[in-house]
Design a protein. Structure first.
Length: 139
């Protein structure tokens, strides 16, 4: 069995963003040479997420609006975490909702996706460098 590991780095210009990272992850899979196995892709920061969904701008707006209703950024004083001098409690909660990462089957050297599935990096407290781990195991 082979193992492959790579870190992808992101630094968004905005506080929140969704970035389609499917091609970067597929590039990692090609580099690995693994044909059959499992691919793990996860955010290595507690205010970011990796998730799978459709690459459709209206859906991304819907997700952002939904997250903002569930965990609004303001007022900052609504969150105990922000009592420490932080202003990102909402970002921690958004990450909790969207999850840390995904696992995708690798079949025939390709990501074994259903229709329309793409991998996204979700940033909820950006404007600084953050990492995403890609780990692939298999043959």
């Amino acid at each position: 069995m082979k193992s492959y590991r790579k870190e992808l780095w992101f630094n968004t210009t905005s506080r929140r963003a969704f970035i389609n990272i499917t091609q970067l992850v597929e590039e990692c899979l090609r580099e690995s040479g693994i044909q059959e196995g499992l691919l793990l892709c996860n955010a290595m920061h507690i205010t970011a997420s990796v998730f799978i969904n459709d690459d459709e701008p209206g859906l991304h707006c819907d997700i952002e609006e939904w997250l903002e209703r569930l965990a609004p950024e303001r007022p900052y004083e609504r969150y105990r975490h922000n009592d420490t001098g932080e202003d990102n409690a909402d970002a921690h909660l958004k990450r909790e909702i969207m999850g840390r990462g995904v696992v995708v089957a690798v079949t025939g050297g390709k990501l074994d996706f259903g229709p329309w599935e793409q991998i996204f990096y979700g940033e909820f407290d950006g404007q600084r460098p953050k990492r995403v781990l890609v780990k692939i195991i298999g043959d």
